[in-house]
Design a protein around this ligand. Sequence first.
Ligand code: HXC
Length: 257
Amino acid sequence: MNDPMGVFCPDFLVGKTALVAGGTSGVGFGIAKALFSYGANVAVCGRDAAKAEAAAHSLGVIDGRALGLSADVRQPEMIAAAVAQCVGRFGPLDIVVAAAAGNFVVAAEKMSPKAFKTVIDIDLLGCFNVFHAVFTHLRCPGASLLAISSGHATRPVAGQIHASAAKSGINMLVKGLAVEWGPAGIRTNALVPGPVAGTEGMARLLPTDQLAGYVSSLPLRRLADVNEIASAALFLASPAASYINGAILECDGGSRL
Ligand code: HXC
């Protein structure tokens, strides 16, 4: 885990429970690992049951603190069942991360209505479905909800109208929930990862032959390590962020600039 400043006590999440939807790979898995390494019980949820099981196994089986769940965020009943399993095993939820996403690059005029809808369904409706399903299972006050947004929500990129529309919807979803659920002591925030090395998203969005040129244009001249994104997620879920609600935090190394 990337904690060079030693900001977090090694066990500050002991006794807490986290559910990470889309937690079987990429940024979601990185966040799940971070939460687990600081002591939380962690359920990772993904479409593929075998992958979810493998992800939970690779987190570790220390004290039975990891659980793999299979559900498609597009299916509210499946999410409700997964949440019930998680709560049945670990009790009320303290931290919920909605990290499931789908993406591909396609020009707007070539994008079928179904293709557009698919990404809206996974990214935006999926985020709603997860947060809606957990509401009555949150430990309040103190629960923390985190959505994964994107810089494309506010800065359009060719080939990404589906994802841009979905992620900008997520930004407003988070702000709306911050207002509606804040009185119950639930904080809702979004994290905007920059370009993260080794993720499926990067592979899909940037052809390998353009990588070096892209990296040399970034302020920090490098991609993010997934642990750096996980550190920001850890902060937002921690008591150090107890007055941060409805924020869209850019953890992008300044790449937006
Ligand atoms: C054009 C495409 C396409 C492509 C799929 N479609 N891939 N159109 N170019 N490359 C179209 C299909 O033709 C179909 O429309 C519709 O989308 C649904 O496709 P399905 O394959 O039936 O959907 P499904 O099986 O549900 O798969 C979902 C998926 C898939 C998103 C399309 O790629 C997937 O499961 N991806 C895994 C997760 C993923 O993408 N991870 C990366 C996230 S990165 P028609 O009309 O033809 O039937 C990320 C970073 C965000 O999110 C940063 C920027 C925002």
